[in-house]
Design a binder for this molecule. Structure first.
Ligand code: URP
Length: 383
C-alpha cells in the first residue's frame, strides 16, 4: 500500500500528457465529469474544517413528458477522530461533532440526500473479536442517540439522512445487526436496511458480532427519489444489487469499510458495474485512515499478530447508469463528495440498453431454485 498516493485521479492528472488526458478519462471514466460550481462559503468552510470538498454533475437528455428530476447527493468519508481506546460515549460524541460540521457544508452545497460510511459511529473494530467495548457502540435504530442526532440534522437541513450503524435490536433479545437507518427530510425514521452478506475474509471477522440481515432489499421512497442501501460486502454480490434495483431503486448507496491490500483493485469496478447492469446510480463510500487497537490480533493465516486492519483507502465515488463515474475522493483525507444527478437518466439508459427487459429473470429464478436444492445436478455435458 502506498500511503502517499492521494488519489488515482491526481496521479493521472500529474503524469498523463495533457493532450492524451481527455481520451484517457473517456476510456477509464466514461468521460470528464462536469465540475459543480460550489459556493465559496462551502469551499472555505471545508478548508477550515480540514476536509476535501468535490462536486460533480451528471446530465440526462431533455424529455418532452417528464421534467428533469435533479437531486444532489452527499457522500461523507472520514477517519475516526479519537484513539480507539477512548471512552465509548466520548468517541461517539466526537464522531457526531465531526459529521455535523461536514453535513453543514453539505447543506450549503444544496445536498438533498446524505449518506455516511458503514458503522460510522465507531472504529471498525470487528477485526479484534473482542466483545467489549465494541458491542457497547450498538444502538437502537428507532430511537438511539445517533438516530435522534440524525433526525435533528434531517429536520434542520431538509435532508434525507442515511445513517449506517451497529444496531441493537432490543425487541429481539438484544440481537446485533449492521444496519442503515434511513431518515426522511421530515425527520421521521423511514425504515432500515440490514447488511445481507457478512464477510469471512482476512481480518473482517464480522460474523462474530452480528447476523446476516433479515430485511431483504427495501427501497425507500423519498421526496428526492427512490433509494436503497447495499452495505459494504454486499458490493461483491451482483444479485444483491439486482434485487434493490428490481424493487425500484434509482440510487443505491454502498457504505463500506475496506482496506487497501484486500479490495482496492475491486473498488472502482464493482459498484460501477452495478450501476451499468441495473440502470441506476451507485454511491460507494469508504472510511479513511488506519485504526490502531491496543491488543494485537491475528488473521488466522499463520501470519504475525498485528494491531490494525490496514489502511482504509477512502476513494468514495458515484457511478451513473451510463457507466460514467466521478473521480474518487482522496485515499487519505476526510471528504465530502457532492454529486448532482438527473434521475431521468436511469430510464433513458434502460430504454437504450434494455438490460432489465432482456434479463430473462424467469429462466434464472427457475434454475436458481433448482441449484440450491440438495439434489442439484450441475448441467455439465461430457463426452
Ligand atoms: N465491511 C466489510 O464488509 N468489509 C469487507 C471487505 C470488503 O468487502 O471489501
Amino acid at each position: 500500500m502506498s500511503g502517499l498516493l492521494q488519489s488515482l485521479e491526481s496521479c493521472l492528472e500529474q503524469h498523463i500528457p495533457p493532450e492524451d488526458l481527455a481520451e484517457v478519462k473517456r476510456i477509464l471514466y466514461g468521460g470528464e465529469a462536469r465540475k459543480l460550481n460550489l459556493p465559496a462559503a462551502a469551499l472555505l468552510a471545508a478548508q477550515e474544517r480540514d476536509f476535501e470538498l468535490q462536486g460533480y454533475g451528471f446530465e440526462a437528455a431533455a424529455e418532452q413528458l417528464r421534467r428533469p428530476r435533479i437531486v444532489r447527493v452527499g457522500l461523507i468519508q472520514n477517519k475516526i477522530p479519537l484513539p480507539t481506546d477512548t471512552a465509548v460515549a466520548v468517541q461517539v460524541a466526537a464522531l457526531h461533532r465531526r459529521i455535523e460540521e461536514i453535513v453543514e457544508v453539505a447543506a450549503l452545497c444544496g445536498v438533498n440526500i446524505v449518506c455516511f460510511q458503514e458503522a460510522w459511529t465507531m472504529p471498525f473494530a470487528f477485526c479484534t473479536r473482542e466483545k467489549l467495548p465494541w458491542t457497547e457502540f450498538a444502538e437502537s435504530a428507532e430511537d438511539g442517540v445517533t438516530t435522534k442526532f440524525c433526525q435533528e440534522l434531517a429536520r434542520k437541513h431538509n435532508m434525507v439522512v442515511v445513517s449506517p450503524i451497529l444496531e441493537r435490536d432490543e425487541i429481539h433479545w438484544g440481537t446485533l445487526w449492521n444496519t442503515a437507518v434511513v431518515i426522511s427530510n421530515s425527520g421521521a425514521v423511514l425504515g432500515k436496511s440490514r447488511k445481507n452478506h457478512i464477510p469471512r475474509i482476512g481480518d473482517f471477522n464480522e460474523s462474530t458480532y452480528y447476523m446476516e440481515g433479515n430485511t431483504g432489499h427495501p427501497v425507500f421512497q423519498t421526496q428526492f427519489g427512490t433509494i436503497a442501501v447495499n452495505i459494504c460486502y454486499g458490493r461483491h454480490h451482483p444479485l444483491n444489487w439486482l434485487m434493490f434495483s428490481l424493487n425500484g431503486a434509482e440510487i443505491i448507496f454502498n457504505p463500506s469499510a475496506t482496506t487497501g491490500n484486500l479490495s482496492e483493485s475491486l473498488w472502482p469496478i464493482e459498484a460501477r458495474n452495478a450501476a451499468i447492469a441495473n440502470h441506476c446510480f451507485t454511491c460507494p463510500i469508504n472510511r479513511v485512515g488506519t485504526e490502531y487497537y491496543k491488543n494485537s490480533f491475528t488473521s488466522g493465516d499463520g501470519g504475525k499478530a498485528h494491531h490494525d486492519l490496514g489502511h482504509f483507502y477512502g476513494s468514495s465515488y458515484v457511478a451513473a447508469p451510463d457507466g460514467s463515474r466521478t473521480p474518487g475522493l482522496s485515499r487519505t483525507q476526510d471528504g465530502l463528495l457532492v454529486v448532482e444527478m438527473d434521475l431521468n437518466l436511469c430510464r433513458q439508459v434502460s430504454d437504450k440498453w434494455n438490460f432489465k427487459m432482456t434479463g430473462r429473470y424467469e429462466m434464472y429464478a427457475d434454475k436458481l431454485t433448482e441449484a440450491v436444492q440438495p439434489c442439484f445436478v450441475p448441467n455439465i455435458i461430457r463426452e
